[in-house]
Design a protein around this ligand. Structure first.
Ligand code: SF4
Ligand code: SF4
Length: 451
C-alpha cells in the first residue's frame, strides 16, 4: 500500500486491495500514511533531481591548500604477519601484495612538508602511520615525529594502526611520550584470532598481543585507558556472540575502550573460492541484533562489540535531518579527496585514502596535491552515481565512498554490489531503531556513551 501511495489514487488503492481488506481499514491506513507524510516527511514518492558534492572547485582547492586534516604515511609495505584475509594477501584482485620496502626519509620529509603547508588552518591535524605493520618502520617513525612536531602546527596528534605484536619495550615508551593514539587489531579469543591472524610460519599471534597489552596496561595505565583502541575484523558472522563475549568478559583490558568492528571485504576476492573463508550463517548475527534490541529497550549499556558494530549507525539514524527531501541531495559518504585524509604510499604517491591505497592518485610528494584532479574525481563519482542514487530510498543514510567504487577504476558494477549490502544494512538498522523507540522512546537520547 505504501508503495502505491502517491502513484495511484486513493480509490484505485482501495479497489486494488479490496480482495484482502474492507474499504474502511484501507482508508484509515491511507489517512495514517498521509499524516506521517505531512508531519514526518516519510513515505514520500518525491525524488530529488540533483546529486551534488557540497563543495565547488574553489572550495575543494581551499580545503586542500589550507585545511587538510590528516596525513597517513604508508611507513612500510612489509608485515611480520600473514593474516589470511589481509587485503595484501594475494587473495584480492587489484590490490598490492606484501612488499619489502620501508618509506625513505626524503619521501617522508617531503610528505610532512606538503601536509605542514596544507594544514596551516586546521584545528586538529593528525599524522598517522600505516602499513603493512607500521612498527617495523620504527626508526623512520621516530625521525618523522621529531621533524613533524616542529614543522606542523602545535596541535598535531599522532596515530598508529598496528597488529600489536611489536608493541613493547622502547616502541611503547616512544608512543607514550608522544601521546600516540594506538589502534590494535584483535579479532577475539585465541581460537578465532589465531585462525586468521598468523605469522608466516602459521603460528597464531594472539598470545604475543595479549602479553604486550597486559604489560602496556600495567606500565602505563593512564595512557592505556585514554589512548588504546581495538579493531576487530569479524571473519565469520556466526562467531559474533563469542567475539562479543570475549571483549565483554575481559573487562580489565577492554571496558570503556573503543572497539571498531568491520567485516572481511567480500568483493573482488578469491578468499571463498580458495576455501580460506567459508560462507557464514547469518542466524547468530540476527540473534545478536535481537540482544542489542533488548538492551536498548531496557536502557542498559551496549557491549563494546555491539557499539562497534552498530552504535554509529544508530546514532546517525537518530540524528538524521527531519527536513523533507528537497531537489538536491548530497553525494552520500564521499569526503573531499585528500583533505579529510591524504594517503602517502611508500614510494611517495599521494592518494585519496588508505582504503584505496595505491589507486586514485592525487599527486606526488615532490609536486604536491593536484586540486583539479581531486575536483575531477568528485565530478566523475557524482556523474556515475547520480542515476542510481537519485532513485535510491537510502540516499540520506548511505555512507558509500570512493573506497567502495574503486577496483582498478571507478567501477559501477562493484559499487552496485556494495549498494545492495548497504541498503540491507540501513533497512536492518531502521527496523531495529523503530522497534526500540516504540517501547523505549528515549533510548537514544542518553548523553553518556551507552550506545
Ligand atoms: S597485520 Fe595487517 S597488513 Fe599485516 S598481514 Fe595482518 S592484516 Fe595484513
Ligand atoms: S546505496 Fe548505492 S544507490 Fe543508494 S544512495 Fe548509496 S550509493 Fe547511491
Amino acid at each position: 500500500m505504501i508503495e502505491e501511495f502517491g502513484r495511484l489514487s486513493k480509490g484505485d488503492i482501495i479497489s486494488k486491495f479490496s480482495d484482502e481488506h474492507e474499504p474502511d481499514p484501507i482508508a484509515e491506513a491511507l489517512a495514517e500514511i498521509e499524516r506521517f507524510q505531512e508531519e514526518e516527511g516519510v513515505f514520500s514518492s518525491h525524488r530529488p533531481s540533483r546529486l551534488e558534492f557540497p563543495l565547488d572547485r574553489q572550495q575543494i582547492r581551499n580545503r586542500l591548500e589550507h585545511s587538510m586534516e590528516q596525513l597517513i604515511l604508508e611507513a612500510t609495505d612489509r608485515c611480520n604477519l600473514r593474516c589470511r584475509y589481509c587485503t595484501y594477501s594475494g587473495n584480492y584482485r587489484h590490490r598490492r601484495v606484501h612488499g619489502t620496502q620501508t618509506m625513505g626519509w626524503d619521501t617522508a620529509r617531503l610528505a610532512v612538508d606538503v601536509f605542514a603547508d596544507a594544514s596551516r588552518e586546521t584545528e586538529a591535524p593528525a599524522l598517522s602511520f600505516y602499513g603493512g605493520e607500521s612498527l617495523l618502520a620504527f626508526e623512520l617513525m621516530k625521525r618523522v615525529v621529531g621533524y613533524a612536531a616542529k614543522k606542523v602546527n602545535h596541535r598535531l596528534a599522532f596515530n598508529v594502526t598496528t597488529n600489536g605484536t611489536l608493541l613493547k619495550g622502547e616502541v611503547v615508551d616512544f608512543l607514550v611520550e608522544n601521546g600516540f593514539l594506538v589502534m590494535v587489531s584483535l579479532d577475539g579469543p585465541p581460537e578465532i584470532h589465531d585462525r586468521m591472524r598468523v605469522y608466516p610460519d602459521g603460528r597464531g599471534s594472539f598470545h604475543d598481543i595479549m602479553s604486550n597489552l597486559l604489560a602496556l596496561k600495567q606500565n602505563y595505565p593512564d595512557f592505556y585507558r585514554r589512548k588504546v583502541g581495538f579493531a576487530v575484523t569479524l571473519s565469520l558472522l556466526d562467531e559474533v556472540e563469542t567475539v562479543a563475549d570475549f571483549f565483554a568478559k575481559n573487562g580489565e583490558l577492554f571496558a570503556g575502550r573503543p572497539v571498531s568492528v568491520s567485516h572481511v571485504d567480500s568483493i573482488d576476492t578469491e578468499l571463498f573460492e580458495r576455501g580460506i573463508l567459508p560462507e557464514s550463517d547469518a542466524g547468530p548475527l540476527r540473534r545478536f541484533y535481537g540482544g542489542i534490541e533488548d538492551a536498548l529497550i531496557a536502557g542498559t549499556e551496549l557491549s563494546p562489540v555491539a557499539k562497534g558494530l552498530i552504535g554509529n549507525n544508530l546514532r546517525k539514524l537518530h540524528e538524521r535531518s527531519p527536513d523533507p527531501l528537497g531537489e538536491t541531495v548530497h553525494a552520500n559518504g564521499i569526503c573531499c579527496p585528500g583533505a579529510r585524509r591524504l594517503f602517502c604510499t611508500v614510494s611517495g604517491d599521494l592518494t585519496v585514502c588508505e582504503r584505496v591505497n595505491q589507486g586514485l592518485t592525487l599527486g606526488h610528494v615532490a609536486t604536491g596535491v593536484d586540486s583539479d584532479r581531486a575536483a575531477e574525481l568528485v565530478e566523475e563519482y557524482v556523474a556515475l552515481s547520480a542515476p542510481d542514487c537519485l532513485n535510491c530510498w537510502a540516499v540520506r543514510m548511505c555512507s558509500l565512498c570512493f573506497a567502495n567504487i574503486f577496483s582498478d577504476h571507478l567501477d559501477m558494477s562493484r559499487k552496485r554490489t556494495v549498494c545492495e549490502i548497504m541498503r540491507a544494512q540501513v533497512l536492518n538498522n531502521m527496523r531495529l531503531y523503530c522497534s526500540v523507540r516504540e517501547l523505549n522512546p528515549d533510548a537514544f537520547d542518553r548523553s553518556d556513551e551507552a550506545v
